[in-house]
Design a protein around this ligand. Structure first.
Ligand SMILES: [Zn+2]
Length: 253
């Protein structure tokens, strides 16, 4: 098992550089300069790997943008998503960590021979107003249903602890258990199969549409929605664990 974990070539150093770059834009609160800069940066980086698409929508006259990119051919296997907006703090864990993992994953997927399609989605407006705005918009416009959805949020904490989440277990038990079993097989120490929290996040619109969706979140983060949510509370090893799990999930199918 140790061998298989070592063999997973997820670039956690690259993910870490992405996290630092994203936080350098300051808060990515909708309508701000930091929000615009981060949007342009995500599109620019994805363009190195593939051709990204965008979905624009408006709330309170503010422009929101979902960004997504597809890798491989065939039917749509997984949507892997995260939100890229933040509240009014720098959001190293809540906002940057998920984006960092997905951009580094794009670097790998671009070189991979995929038999089915994998779509990476960067949702906007998860933390704005009534919450989960981008994922709701995405599901409303979705033409092809994926077989499964994994949402990552707050996956950068130095002391990473990810427990099975309530809605994921209630409405996508089989898929959720498969993911946590895989984490166990890979010997990833931060994943726990027990349920701890039930959280409104970007997996809900997919679950409501009858699509198996699993939220991977570390909700034991004391700096959540505070000005102390900065890179020094995060680690590249945590990003690496989540990246390895996602990569192995994709490769096993
Ligand atoms: Zn979040």
């Amino acid at each position: 098992m140790l061998f298989s974990l070592l063999a997973i070539d997820f670039p956690e150093d690259l993910a870490w550089r992405y996290l630092l770059k994203l936080t350098s834009f300051g808060p990515r609160y909708p309508g701000t300069q930091g929000h615009r800069l981060a949007k342009e940066y995500i599109i620019q980086e994805l363009s190195r790997y593939t051709h990204p698409d965008i979905q624009v929508f408006f709330i309170d006259k503010i422009e929101f943008t979902n960004i997504y990119a597809t890798f491989g051919k065939g039917k749509l296997k997984y949507v892997i998503g995260t939100h890229w907006d933040t509240v009014k703090d720098v959001g190293a864990n809540n906002g940057a960590s998920g984006v960092a993992v997905l951009l580094a994953l794009a670097d790998v997927l671009a070189k991979e021979n995929l038999r089915e399609k994998i779509m990476l989605v960067f949702f906007d407006g998860e933390d704005y107003g009534e919450l989960i705005n981008g994922s709701q918009e995405f599901v409303r416009r979705m033409k092809e249903k994926p077989e499964g959805v994994v949402i990552i949020d707050m996956v950068g904490d130095k002391n990473l602890e990810i427990y099975a989440e309530g809605f994921s277990l209630a409405f996508a038990r089989e898929f959720t258990e498969e993911i946590f079993k895989l984490a166990e097989e890979l010997g990833l120490p931060s994943f726990h199969r027990e349920k701890k929290y039930t959280i409104k996040d970007d997996h809900l619109p997919f679950l409501r549409a009858g699509i198996p969706a699993c939220l991977l979140i570390d909700f034991d983060y004391p700096y959540w929605k505070t000005p102390q949510d900065t890179p020094d509370k995060c680690s590249k090893e945590s990003l690496g664990e989540v990246g390895k799990l996602l990569l192995e999930l994709i490769r096993r199918n």
